[in-house]
Design a protein around this ligand. Structure first.
Ligand code: ADP
Length: 633
């Protein structure tokens, strides 16, 4: 190789996050050091896939060599390990971007979550994806030689770094396209310079890689093991998803997931189906065991990969999965689509629509199966991805009932937000005469759990679902019933417990409403515009008052959420309900002098109790103090 005189060597600094990642990774992942090979092979395989795809449109890129392969070699004397591929390669700008920065969205946020605790951080870094940088776990110097397919020989790039703060870059000649990565091993890593050791690692982690992974055969000569010139394929080198299920071990499924899912951990579950008939395609879809750090970033990549007859077409083909299943990873391989399919074509393709439908059904069936047969796994799934699945209720009308069956909610039936119930389970526990599924929404689990609206339900032993996810209010606007039972908010409209109350109770309530007519009228005139109506309720047992929304108005919780999100919400006045048995309310009947203060405090505390904010907290505090002094004196 000759130096290119016009492009002398340059030294550049890593992006700050790369430096941090390198430092952390070397220590946190050391016990898992072998994974560096999986990461490099995975990148090499992606690079070959990309070339195969670009080559469909531009055959010149193959430079008369369209047999893709990955080579792994070692040199005991130089103490180096080399991973090379004849894939797409990189030009200078790509090298600087890809091997000098981390171009993922949410990177800064991710790094702010690292704690300094090695074990915890190792786990997080795994979720983040270590990729190329993991070479530095075993190497103290890494050299990358690469040339983008189709560029001329002088456009090779040499990158080198010791994993500190900087890397060097220079233009060099490279005869063959693709990328060659040389690891100069750290002291104590010499066991990696053994053929059988490397073969073992490759078979363990990279057996499923589609391209052949080649190594030089070894032979014994004069009692010494020597490399020959003959190549041998170490891995199975066939598309895993194209094999039949009974030929694939769970271990192989798991390793394949780590490659397609860019994940460090095992998947939670998978479904592998070959669909035949009018449409022919194979799907191998995985549910990860944890949400990626950029799950809530709608730009995040790495979804389902699309292949056409085993040729890689694109990453993250978002048309293959509805948005609410964006956490699914895996491969769809179609036999029907044309090879030159583009994102634009996908958007309008009827074939893709059918595939998406099929994939959605399979994933929902897989989830239903987990929910039924592996409660622990389903609980993990729910914790990680439940919020996304809830979006499906509003997004996927065709599957609304199926999705509703998969939903889980905190409930007054359980003690912690982690213990969740299903709607079917709720229905199974409904009281004799109960016709509705009751729920309360609030900003937090505790606010929901302690909401005054629940008091009568608690007294009567009626279960109420506790909803405190942001998406709940939205999802509930689409989910008005389940299995023929309407869902009803306990904080909306008049309380009608239907057959859960007997005639005597109903009559007593009417009588009380009459007795309190004068008082409710007085409170209404005192509070004026702040309330729509004041009425007596039997909803409360311990609290003196609460607010409810009128049947067709926005709930207080939703109105607050919209406001916090900077959106305009129609202003609707709440209804103040008072508890006719509460001593404070009874006292109000005879109060003259401070009636307005009492009425205002009643309203303000009801607003506070449901998580609302006071317009004028200082006045509230002044009134409370005043009333306390008077009572004390
Ligand atoms: P990831 O693979 O998760 O994107 P990496 O840090 O492993 O992260 O790699 C960063 C990028 O560098 C890759 O996305 C790819 O564009 C490029 N790259 C890495 N290895 C190769 C390779 N062997 N050939 C071509 N490009 C590569």
């Amino acid at each position: 190789m000759t130096e290119n005189a016009t492009n002398s060597r340059e030294t550049l600094g890593f992006q700050a996050e790369v430096k941090q990642l390198l430092q952390l990774m070397i220590h946190s992942l050391y016990s898992n050091r072998e994974i560096f090979l999986r990461e490099l092979v995975s990148n090499a395989s992606d690079a070959c896939d990309k070339l195969r795809f670009e080559g469909l449109h531009n055959a010149a890129l193959f430079e008369n060599d369209s047999d893709m392969a990955i080579r792994i070699g070692y040199d005991k004397t130089a103490r180096t390990l080399t991973v090379s591929d004849n894939g797409i390669g990189m030009n200078r700008d790509e090298v600087i971007n890809n091997l000098g920065t981390i171009a993922k969205s949410g990177t800064r946020e991710f790094f702010s979550r690292l704690s300094g605790d090695q074990q915890k951080d190792a786990h997080l870094i795994g979720q983040f994806g270590v990729g190329f940088y993991s070479s530095f776990i075993v190497a103290d110097r890494v050299t990358v030689l690469t040339r983008r397919a189709g560029e001329n020989v002088g456009q090779g790039v040499r990158w080198e770094s010791d994993g500190g703060g900087e890397f060097s870059i220079e233009m060099v000649e490279k005869a063959t396209r693709g990328t060659e990565i040389t690891l100069h091993l750290r002291d104590g890593q010499d066991d990696l310079l053994e053929g059988h050791k490397l073969r073992g690692i490759i078979r363990k982690y990279s057996n499923h890689i589609v391209q052949p992974i080649l190594m030089k055969k070894e032979e014994w000569k004069d009692d010494k093991q020597q490399l020959t010139d003959e190549d041998e394929t170490v891995n199975q080198a066939s598309a895993l998803w194209a094999r039949s299920k009974n030929e694939i071990s769970d271990e192989q499924y798991r390793e394949f997931y780590k490659h397609v899912g860019h994940d460090f951990d095992d998947p939670l579950a998978w479904t592998h189906v070959r669909v035949e008939g009018r449409q022919e395609y194979t799907q191998l879809l995985y549910i990860p065991a944890h949400a990626p750090f950029d799950m809530w970033d709608r730009q995040s990549r790495h979804g389902v990969k699309l292949y056409v007859r085993r040729v890689f077409i694109m990453d993250d083909a978002e048309q293959l999965m509805p948005l609410y299943l964006r956490f699914v990873r895996g491969v769809v391989d179609s036999s029907d689509l044309p090879l030159n399919v583009s994102r634009e074509i996908l958007q309008e393709s009827k074939d893709i629509e059918a595939i998406r439908k099929g994939c959605t059904n399979k994933v929902l069936a897989l989830l239903a199966d987990l929910a039924e047969n592996d409660k622990e796994k389903y609980a993990t799934f729910w914790k990680e991805f439940g919020k996304a699945l809830k979006e499906g209720v509003g997004e996927d009308f065709a599957n609304k009932d199926k999705i509703a069956g998969l939903l889980r909610f905190a409930s007054t039936h359980a003690d912690t937000p982690e213990e969740t119930v299903s709607l079917a389970g709720y229905i199974g526990r409904m009281k004799e005469g109960q016709e509705k599924i009751y729920y309360v929404t609030a900003e937090t689990f505790n606010a929901a759990k302690n909401s005054p609206h629940l008091e009568v339900f608690r007294k009567k032993g009626i279960e109420v679902l506790l909803m405190s996810d942001r998406v709940d209010e939205w999802a509930l606007s689409y989910l008005t019933e389940f299995d023929g039972k309407p869902l009803a908010s306990v904080a909306k409209g008049g309380l009608d417990l239907g057959k859960l109350e007997d005639e005597a109770e109903k009559q007593a309530q009417e009588k009380r409403a009459d007795e309190f007519k004068e008082l409710t009228g007085k409170i209404k005139s005192s509070l004026a515009e702040r309330v729509k109506e004041v009425r007596v309720t039997h909803r409360l047992t311990d609290s003196p008052a609460c607010l409810v929304a009128d049947e067709h108005d926005l709930s207080g919780n939703l109105a607050r959420m919209l406001k916090a999100a900077g959106q305009k919400a129609p202003v609707s006045q709440p209804i103040l309900e008072i508890n006719p048995q509460h001593p404070v309310v009874l006292r109000l009947k005879t109060e003259e002098k401070r009636f307005d203060d009492w009425a205002a405090v009643l309203f303000d505390q009801a607003l506070l109790a449901e998580g609302g904010q006071l317009d004028d907290p200082a006045t509230f505090v002044r009134r409370i103090n005043q009333l306390m002094l008077e009572l004390g004196g």
